[in-house]
Ligand binder design. Structure first.
Ligand code: CP
Ligand code: NVA
Length: 304
């Protein structure tokens, strides 16, 4: 694997290889078995949006692999003053062994990868959040023992999370249903991708229709980073799209709940549902680190 820009670039086999290695690294870390697989390597972490989980899990995970992470807030670099991405890519390639980037446009991440000679990992764009969904798949497999044949239901905005979950879910043999208001559908490219999986993907307008018999219910904030100005309008549009006890009542017995976090309690999810599923949701947050370690190893082990 050269880069991780979006899940649609991966095969099912690629995903399973990442998840298997992540399980192994999690086991080793839990049992005090050191694994300095990227000893002496340096990873740049570019953040043009805020982060808690992504920053800390990449930094801690890369240190556990024996590497040296370098935090690079966009606003503190020349990128924030307009230096072209293609120039940044060619400069950073001469210092670093890999780059993780969190930014707005997917095109910017693609340009970075096109001009960089080193692996590029997408740490979230407006379009997708592949590291998060790989951690979600790892967590679902951990709790349910499998992915294939499960029904994954996403309630809420057609944002980066919905886009990535549709692709990741379909690639791993799940049926994916989503519920969103009109005007907040998943990206057209993702709908095109899903069209190759007849009978495995549905868009609903009524949340309980999507959630019926679900094995996993997923939700995320109604206003993503960068959409703060639309918050009031979105609160109204998503008013009926809350993951609550009433919605959970139509799911399969033992249905899991996942949330990428941060969560807005009593908006997209009730405190009651979040706390009832806290063990699954915080395991999911932990798994960000394990899965990203696997991604870094698979992308960077053969570099320089
Ligand atoms: N889920 C996630 O990516 O969290 P952060 O924004 O805290 O990195
Ligand atoms: N959809 C959210 C995900 C945060 C991890 C956002 O982009 O802000």
């Amino acid at each position: 694997m050269q880069d991780l820009l979006k899940l649609a670039d991966l095969t099912t086999e690629n995903i399973l290889e990442i998840l298997n290695l992540a399980d192994q690294l999690k086991y080793e870390q839990r049992h005090g078995i050191e694994h300095p697989l990227l000893k002496g390597k340096t990873l740049g972490l570019i953040f043009e949006k805020p982060s808690t989980r992504t920053r800390v899990s990449f930094e801690a995970g890369f240190a556990q692999l024996g590497g040296h992470p370098l935090y690079m807030p966009g606003s503190g670099s020349q990128m924030g003053r307009g230096e072209p991405i293609r120039d940044t890519a060619r400069v950073l390639s001469r210092y670093l062994d890999g780059i993780m980037i969190r930014t707005f446009s997917q095109e910017a991440v693609q340009e970075l990868a096109d001009y960089a000679d080193i692996p590029v990992i997408n740490g979230l764009t407006d379009y997708t959040h592949p590291c998060q969904v790989l951690a979600d798949l790892m967590t679902i497999r951990e709790f349910k023992g499998k992915l294939e044949g499960l029904k994954l239901c996403y309630i809420g905005d057609g944002n980066n999370m919905m886009n990535a979950l549709i692709v990741g879910g379909l690639l791993t043999g799940m049926t994916v249903t989503v519920a969103c208001p009109e005007g907040y559908d998943p990206h057209p490219d993702v709908q095109k991708f899903a069209a190759d999986y007849p009978g495995k993907f549905e868009i609903h307008r009524v949340p309980i229709d999507a959630a019926k018999d679900a094995d996993v219910v997923y939700t995320d904030v109604w206003s993503s980073m960068g959409m703060e100005e639309e918050a009031e309008k979105r609160q109204k549009a998503f008013a009926g799209y809350q993951v609550n006890a009433e919605l959970m009542a139509v799911t399969k017995a033992g249905c899991m709940v996942q949330h990428c976090l941060p969560a807005h309690r009593e908006e997209e999810i009730t405190e009651e549902v979040l706390e009832a599923h806290a063990d699954e949701i915080f395991e999911e947050a932990e798994n960000r680190m394990h899965v990203q370690k696997a991604i870094m190893v698979l992308c960077m082990k053969d570099e320089k």
